[in-house]
Design a protein around this ligand. Structure first.
Ligand code: PFF
Ligand code: NA
Length: 442
């Protein structure tokens, strides 16, 4: 076995983890879910879910990864014995499940970067979406997106993921800030922000049964939990990093980018008179494309906007690919590049149903909707539940000791964390699972 790599710097770990967290979940799902579910009222709800459930669960994954310095399956086995391998197995499965369609969307985004540069969608954004969303073009784009992710992961932790995300993440932040500053000068800014954020407690209460599992599922997805990512990334971290501080930085940056995305998207849509609600789940592609088609300098703006989305999606995809590759490198003698290509091939095949199924014109294929619903409502909460039971109740005080490494003076807080995990996070997930499964099968 080759010697295990580590991040060259603490900033390298932070940037890679932020790159994983910031993705399509922030730029695409968060703004539209917020607008549809009660605006600022949903944001408050989501912040509670992220703070009380997502953040403690993130630290639980960090603890397992850093303590063992192993891949996600080996980590749980090391700590709990062979039976607990199943926790890593579920995480690995969940990650593959999600990445299979995530790569397809990543492919679409690449098409839209290109389509913005050439103006290909300017005449008829709806027809363009139908053409690129499924069929051979979607397969080709998915392949391109995956190839980029495989290329980065093949180069390793320090030379691949760390170097790449050190460029990608700051670019995302700077370009998003620039886009937001510009969007706020548009005529639609006030209406757009009102649409995004006006609190509508009534709609939140009316939809509580779906909003609760949605907000918790979103918190897990957006923080890249339940897929083995944060366990794996933390396995390359040194003992002297403070996990709570790093986790806090990640959670806050991730949330800010989601809010920033809304500040970019809605003023643009309202300025161009496009109703965000009508285009449903493909809103990012259809509605934003329509806006760029009619804006002055739309090509440039389109390239920048979809370019940011592409960077965010790619820095997330590599984190999930790394989960599989780290598992394989810990268990075989094959080289990292070989294993990265192998994982890429498997993912390519798994993505074919989502990429090929045409579904409704310009809409999502049935596969897609189904994959996504199962991921949010079942796999993610279940996977995080297993981690939380293990860390909270099996590791217990050992987990507290690991959390305190690198954070002197945090004894009391670490105990609060343990009890939050044992009671609040666990209870929250059980409610989420119950509601989520109810809405899936009833
Ligand atoms: N945190 C990511 C996001 O919000 O988009 C979720 C994610 C999905 C991470 C797929 C990694 C991945 F491959
Ligand atoms: Na995210």
């Amino acid at each position: 076995m080759v010697e295990r790599e580590t991040w060259a710097t603490r900033v390298g770990f932070l940037v890679a983890a932020i790159g994983s967290a910031v993705g399509l979940g922030n730029l695409w799902q968060f703004p539209f879910k917020t607008a549809a579910n009660g605006g600022a009222a949903f944001v408050v709800f989501y912040l509670i879910a992220v703070t009380l459930i997502g953040f403690p669960a993130l630290l639980a994954e960090f603890v397992v990864g850093r303590r063992t310095r192993r891949n996600v399956v080996g980590a749980f086995e090391d700590l709990g014995g062979p039976g607990w391998r199943v926790v890593g197995g579920v995480a690995l499965f969940t990650g593959f499940w999600i990445l299979s369609y995530y790569n397809v969307v990543g492919g679409w985004v690449l098409r839209y970067v290109l389509g913005s540069a050439t103006g290909a969608y300017f005449d008829d954004p709806g027809a363009y979406l139908s053409a690129v969303a499924s069929g051979p073009e979607a397969v080709a784009a998915q392949l391109l997106f995956l190839a980029m992710a495989v290329g980065i992961v093949a180069m390793g932790i320090e030379n691949g993921i760390e170097k790449a995300t050190k460029v990608m993440v700051p670019s995302i932040v700077v370009l998003m800030l620039a886009l937001a500053a510009w969007a706020l000068t548009l005529g639609g800014a006030a209406d757009g922000l009102a649409y995004f954020l006006s609190p509508d407690v009534g709609s939140l209460v009316d939809n509580a049964w779906t909003v609760v599992p949605d907000a918790v599922g979103q918190a897990f997805f957006t923080l890249s939990l339940g897929m083995g990512i944060m366990v794996t990334y933390a396995s390359y971290v040194g003992e002297d990093d403070s996990l709570p501080v790093d986790g806090g930085v990640i959670v806050v940056s991730n949330t800010l980018i989601g809010v920033l995305a809304g500040v970019v998207v809605f003023p643009i849509l309202f300025a161009e008179g496009i109703d965000p609600a009508t285009s449903g789940p493909t809103a990012l592609f259809e509605a934003m494309a329509a806006a760029f088609a009619s804006l002055p300098a739309g090509r440039l703006l389109g390239v920048v906007f979809f370019g940011v989305v592409a960077l965010a999606a790619l820095s997330s995809a590599i984190s999930l690919l790394e989960v599989a590759v780290s598992y394989a490198t810990d268990n075989t003698d094959a080289s990292r590049p070989t294993l990265a290509v192998g994982a890429g091939v498997v993912l390519f095949l798994l993505g074919l149903p989502s990429a090929l199924d045409t579904g409704e014109p310009g809409g999502f294929s049935a596969w897609f909707v189904w994959f996504d619903a199962i991921a949010y409502k079942l796999l993610l909460p279940l996977s995080v539940l297993l981690v939380v039971v293990f860390v909270g109740w099996v590791l217990g005080r050992d987990a507290v000791a690991e959390l305190r490494e690198g954070s002197p003076g945090s004894d009391g807080l670490a105990t609060v964390w343990l009890w939050t995990l044992r009671l609040i996070v666990l209870g929250g997930i059980i409610v989420t699972l119950r509601l989520g499964i109810g809405s899936l099968f009833l």
